[in-house]
Design a protein around this ligand. Structure first.
Ligand SMILES: *[C@@H]1O[C@H](CO)[C@@H](O)[C@H](O)[C@H]1NC(C)=O
Ligand SMILES: *[C@@H]1O[C@H](CO)[C@@H](O)[C@H](O)[C@H]1NC(C)=O
Ligand SMILES: *[C@@H]1O[C@H](CO)[C@@H](O)[C@H](O)[C@H]1NC(C)=O
Ligand SMILES: *[C@@H]1O[C@H](CO)[C@@H](O)[C@H](O)[C@H]1NC(C)=O
Ligand SMILES: *[C@@H]1O[C@H](CO)[C@@H](O)[C@H](O)[C@H]1NC(C)=O
Ligand SMILES: *[C@@H]1O[C@H](CO)[C@@H](O)[C@H](O)[C@H]1NC(C)=O
Ligand SMILES: *[C@@H]1O[C@H](CO)[C@@H](O)[C@H](O)[C@H]1NC(C)=O
Ligand SMILES: *[C@@H]1O[C@H](CO)[C@@H](O)[C@H](O)[C@H]1NC(C)=O
Ligand SMILES: *[C@@H]1O[C@H](CO)[C@@H](O)[C@H](O)[C@H]1NC(C)=O
Ligand SMILES: *[C@@H]1O[C@H](CO)[C@@H](O)[C@H](O)[C@H]1NC(C)=O
Ligand SMILES: *[C@@H]1O[C@H](CO)[C@@H](O)[C@H](O)[C@H]1NC(C)=O
Length: 721
């Protein structure tokens, strides 16, 4: 009983002491050092807050952090001269225009990082006329009402809203501040979830002038593409000159999951255009995130023909279908043994490259789309028959590869085709029957030896010439069992003599051609004829360190032979270099690369080669030739993969050849010009991908004065700006 009484007494005592202590307990800590007031509460009690602030109304800097605040304390209205206010690490959910209306006259910086702010409402910031820095990082901002940043905020230059939940950002934020003459503006919305930008009030880009400096940090967001057509529309860009107004601006979208496909192509194009203007701008470090093969690569470095989109509609299940926007090219690849015939339906395309490998594909038959196929590759399959109707596409196709199949004989009708567009055909590694019925094949092969590659691998699989190249098998060995004796009737000696003469002539055809051109002035009779509207025959790409050779040897020769050539000497001073290169390659039938060590060391020369190569790939009417200047080229330094591959798969001319200049000449097409009005032809890059603005792309350089002049090209790279 006594113990119970003592317990009760204790409880009462504790309670009384409790009540007593509540009255006097301090939850907030209030310290002042000079003009800086530090406040920190475990429980934000109004009374203590008012006392602390009431005693320090003149403080300049106020820290009230980590104190469980859910609103901005109204006691702050007493601060008469605060310029820096830090409310980090609280639970504030709303901004308060009431408090701001008192302290706005002096406040320059407010820090609201690590709170729970979800929305920025119209009007809440209006009183902050002196505010320079607005930090609301690491909150939960999803919505920014239009007008929340407005012309009242006359001093605002640093907006830090990273680590929030924004999905869009309105460019009006920057525009309105520029309009209010705020200089060197930073809008940092990095680390959000932004995938699009808007322009709520449709401010036109003409608001900017070149003195305005804006940096919008959009890194680590969720942009998968940049829709250039949309941006140009919302910013009312009328010509490319307008875009140069953004001269001092950086819109950094690095570290976004950018998909480098056909949709990004126009943006990549702009990057390439703008790059020469300010190559060191970090904005140009933007990289691709996908597809896998391009991950981490700077968009600026990605070749234009890599911006592909896969096409789903009408693409056969066993194939992949890709669209390459820069060449307007559809590539169909079907490497699947389930395929037993050419696909009957494929996506529509103007130019189609088709690659098929299937161990069950035995017959090539007619398909309507074949007239649009420029490269057909059906190698390593089981083709043994070719429909006659299919054959007619040999007149429209440029390259056909049928090697490594099961063809025993070529269709007879192939002899009567003109093969006008055909550039190359492979039919080697097939088990050809060599008998009296196939003798014509030998003659056909010889007649078309220029177009048919790997002739020496086209071999007899049967007959007396078994294992030998068909073109090397004697005519009288093409015999059928029944007419075995026929050859005996023919005068053996004269036949052999004839064959030898023919062989010698044919073997040396190229030589003879060069000879004829060199010695009999038969310049035009043997060169292939070519009708064109292009202005120039040859664009000579060479390093300025090889000027002596090119000016001393090539120029006079071309002049004498009336070849219309251009080179960097013809670039207009002040033009953007990339444009000049592009334009020279565009306006010339052939690009001639003068390959030397200097060439390999020059970024610009390589750039010229790549561009010409790309055109060569995309346009069958363009030629790319390499002139190897042997005493200036150390072959071991030739490491550039594209040039190596090109030299392996195409003919190049070396200065060590006798009569190499004439060889060069004979390889140049003889040009007949249709109508030399200076009208520009349809160029894919400047073509139809930019909506209404395409025409504006063409002469950007007029307005933009880069320091590059012809003399720097192809030499050591000099800084552009
Ligand atoms: C404010 O000042 C009064 C005396 O002027 C003092 O009693 C009180 O403790 C002070 N309050 C704080 C929180 O410093
Ligand atoms: C306000 O603070 C500034 C220092 O930041 C000081 O120069 C100024 O005199 C103060 N004004 C008043 C009215 O106390
Ligand atoms: C924002 O508030 C102002 C008045 O403070 C009003 O005139 C304006 O229309 C508002 N803007 C929006 C988008 O609601
Ligand atoms: C933007 O914010 C991020 C994260 O806070 C920071 O790393 C970056 O430096 C900021 N950028 C600018 C321009 O302020
Ligand atoms: C990016 O957006 C996609 C959908 O648009 C979404 O699924 C994904 O979670 C977002 N990524 C981030 C980091 O927010
Ligand atoms: C990012 O935004 C997308 C919509 O654009 C949404 O589906 C996704 O949930 C968001 N991700 C995060 C982490 O908020
Ligand atoms: C961006 O938003 C606008 C309007 O909300 C829309 O028309 C456009 O298609 C969007 N762009 C992207 C890439 O999502
Ligand atoms: C840009 O600034 C320079 C120097 O400050 C000034 O002379 C020029 O007029 C300004 N240009 C514009 C368009 O404001
Ligand atoms: C895009 O297509 C071109 C032409 O077919 C091909 O050479 C290139 O490898 C493709 N690139 C990608 C990334 O798919
Ligand atoms: C072939 O190309 C033409 C344009 O040259 C186009 O109109 C036609 O639809 C294409 N055909 C196919 C089957 O893709
Ligand atoms: C081949 O060309 C000749 C003359 O150019 C022409 O008469 C003939 O019809 C053509 N043959 C075919 C199959 O196109």
């Amino acid at each position: 009983m006594a113990r119970k009484l003592v317990l009760l007494l204790c409880v009462i005592l504790v309670c009384i002491s409790c009540i007593f202590r509540v009255g006097s307990e301090q939850y907030c800590d209030c310290r002042r050092t000079g003009q800086t007031l530090y406040m920190h509460c475990t429980v934000p009690r109004q009374k203590e807050i008012f006392q602390c602030i009431g005693n320090n109304t003149d403080a300049n800097n106020v820290y009230f952090t980590d104190s469980q605040l859910t609103t901005i304390p109204s006691a702050l209205t007493m601060l008469s001269n605060v310029s820096y206010l830090n409310l980090e690490r609280n639970n504030i959910e709303e901004l308060d225009d009431f408090v701001f209306s008192y302290i706005g006259k002096t406040l320059e910086t407010i820090v609201l990082d690590h709170n729970n702010i979800n929305i920025l409402r119209n009007g809440t910031l209006n009183a902050l006329v002196k505010l320079k820095d607005l930090f609301i990082r690491c909150n939960a901002i999803e919505v920014i009402e239009p007008d929340v940043i407005n012309s009242n905020l006359k001093s605002l230059i640093n907006i830090q809203w990273s680590f929030n939940r924004l999905r869009e950002v309105d460019l009006g934020i920057a525009f309105i501040l520029v309009l209010s003459n705020n200089q060197n503006l930073v809008v940092n919305v990095s680390h959000n979830n932004i995938s699009n930008v808007t322009n709520y009030y449709q401010y036109p880009i003409s608001i900017f002038n070149l003195n305005d400096s804006i940096y919008v940090d959009l890194r680590r967001n969720n942009f998968t593409t940049v829709d250039v057509a949309y941006l140009l529309r919302i910013l009312q860009v009328k010509s490319l000159q307008d875009l140069y107004r953004l001269g001092n601006c950086g819109f950094n979208i690095n570290y976004n999951p950018l998909l480098c496909d056909c949709n990004l192509f126009p943006f990549a194009f702009y990057i390439k255009e703008f790059h020469s203007m300010d190559p060191d701008n970090p904005v140009f470090a933007i990289t691709c995130d996908s597809p896998e093969s391009l991950r981490g690569m700077r968009i600026f470095d990605v070749p234009m023909n890599e911006f592909n989109c896969s096409v789903e509609k009408d693409c056969p299940a066993t194939c992949t279908c890709q669209f390459t926007v820069v060449c307007n090219l559809l590539t169909i690849t079907c490497a699947d043994d389930r395929l037993d015939a050419l696909p009957s339906l494929i996506p529509e395309g103007k130019t189609i490259h088709m690659v098929i490998h299937s161990r069950n594909l035995r017959t090539l038959s007619d398909r309507s789309y074949l007239s649009n196929v420029s490269i057909l590759d059906v190698t390593s399959s089981a083709v043994s028959t070719v429909d006659n109707n299919f054959l007619h596409y040999l007149d429209t196709v440029e390259k056909m590869f049928l090697n490594d199949n099961s063809l025993e004989i070529l269709p007879n009708d192939i002899q009567y085709l003109n093969l006008t567009h055909l550039e190359s055909l492979t039919i080697h590694n097939n088990p050809y029957i060599c008998d009296c019925h196939t003798l014509w094949m030998k003659h056909w092969l010889l007649k078309n030896r220029i177009k048919i590659l790997e002739l020496e691998k086209i071999k007899c699989a049967t007959g007396s010439g078994i294992g030998k190249a068909i073109i090397e098998v004697d005519d009288n060995l093409f015999i059928c069992q029944s007419d075995y004796k026929t050859p005996l009737l023919i005068s053996f000696g004269s036949l052999v003599l004839l064959v030898i003469v023919v062989c010698v002539l044919i073997k040396n055809k190229e030589h003879m051609q060069v000879c004829l051109i060199a010695h009999f002035k038969c310049c035009n009779c043997l060169r292939s004829k070519f009708t064109t509207e292009l202005e120039n025959d040859v664009f000579i790409a060479f390093s300025k360190f090889d000027n002596d050779y090119v000016i001393g040897t090539l120029f006079p020769f071309f002049k004498k032979k009336e070849i219309k050539y251009i080179s960097y000497h013809d670039f207009m001073p002040g033009e953007v270099l990339l444009e000049s290169i592009e334009e020279s390659i565009r306006s010339s039938i052939t690009t001639l690369a003068v390959l030397t060590n200097n060439f390999l060391e020059s970024k610009w020369c390589l750039q010229e080669f790549y561009q010409a190569h790309q055109r060569f790939i995309c346009d069958r009417n363009r030629k790319l030739m390499i002139l190897v200047v042997e005493d200036r080229l150390d072959q071991s330094r030739l490491r550039d993969e594209k040039i190596q591959i090109y030299m392996k798969t195409n003919i190049y001319i070396a200065t060590s050849n006798v009569n190499y200049l004439y060889k060069l000449l004979s390889a140049l097409p003889r040009v007949a010009r249709k109508n030399t009005s200076a009208e520009s032809e349809d160029v894919p890059i400047h073509g139809h991908h930019f909506g209404d603005n395409s025409s504006t792309l063409e002469r950007i350089s007029d307005s933009f004065d880069s320091n590059v002049t012809g003399s720097e090209i192809c030499g050591e790279r000099t800084p552009l700006l």
